[in-house]
Ligand binder design. Structure first.
Ligand SMILES: *[C@@H]1O[C@H](CO)[C@@H](O)[C@H](O)[C@H]1NC(C)=O
Ligand SMILES: *[C@@H]1O[C@H](CO)[C@@H](O)[C@H](O)[C@H]1NC(C)=O
Length: 185
């Protein structure tokens, strides 16, 4: 009798929508930004990645929940002076060599800088590498001067230096976009 009522109680709690939502930690969009025509001096390196005028881009303050093996998309970035990032890295206000394994994380995972200068372990295709978090890939804003008229970052991005791609043994031709998993080192 006692067990039955406890069982019913648990069933009610477990199936309650609020509990399910908390369990899944759903990451919902925070808003949208509208693409503007970049001024002539911006975003001419590779037009295909620029914000498109009039197009809506979804923004996120959160990233998918972290597990022991969090799925993400690995992108290529340069944290060197004059590299893609433009400015020095947000965590330490410094530039970082392409030969050093460093990454930027989407806004939710960057977590207001709580992972700054800590390592994460990135795994793909049976190999792994430790890389230091030095920057944010901003999912919360974009398509403005501050973001070089580039769209907001997706919320599941690990933006990595060349050293990370090399350590994972990815052939040069495939650098740029790869499904990976990561965890705090
Ligand atoms: C973009 O979003 C605005 C406001 O939410 C909406 O009115 C508009 O139709 C959207 N435009 C496109 C191209 O989806
Ligand atoms: C982070 O990883 C790098 C190798 O990628 C290593 O040289 C460094 O000592 C590690 N830092 C910490 C704090 O563990």
């Amino acid at each position: 009798m006692k067990n039955l009522s406890l069982g019913s109680f648990l069933l009610v709690v477990l199936l309650h929508p609020h509990f399910l939502e908390a369990r899944l930690q759903v990451c919902k969009p925070s808003g949208k930004v509208k693409g503007k025509m970049p001024p002539p001096d911006y975003c001419h390196e590779d037009d295909s990645i620029c914000c498109i005028k009039g197009r809506n881009y979804t923004t996120y303050e959160c990233s998918p929940p972290i597990s022991r093996s969090t799925k993400a998309v690995l992108n290529l970035n340069s944290f060197e002076e004059g590299g893609d990032g433009g400015k020095p890295s947000k965590c330490d206000d410094k530039y970082h060599s392409d030969h050093t394994p460093v990454v930027a994380l989407s806004t939710g995972w960057y977590s207001s800088g709580s992972r700054c200068l800590k390592n994460i372990t990135i795994s793909a295709k049976g190999r792994s590498v430790d890389a230091m978090v030095v920057d944010e890939c901003d999912s919360s804003m974009g398509c403005d001067k501050k973001h070089y008229y580039l769209p907001p970052c997706d919320n599941n991005i690990v933006d990595a230096s060349q050293a990370v791609w090399r350590a994972l043994g990815v052939p040069l031709d495939d650098w740029g976009d790869l499904d990976i998993t990561w965890t705090d080192a």
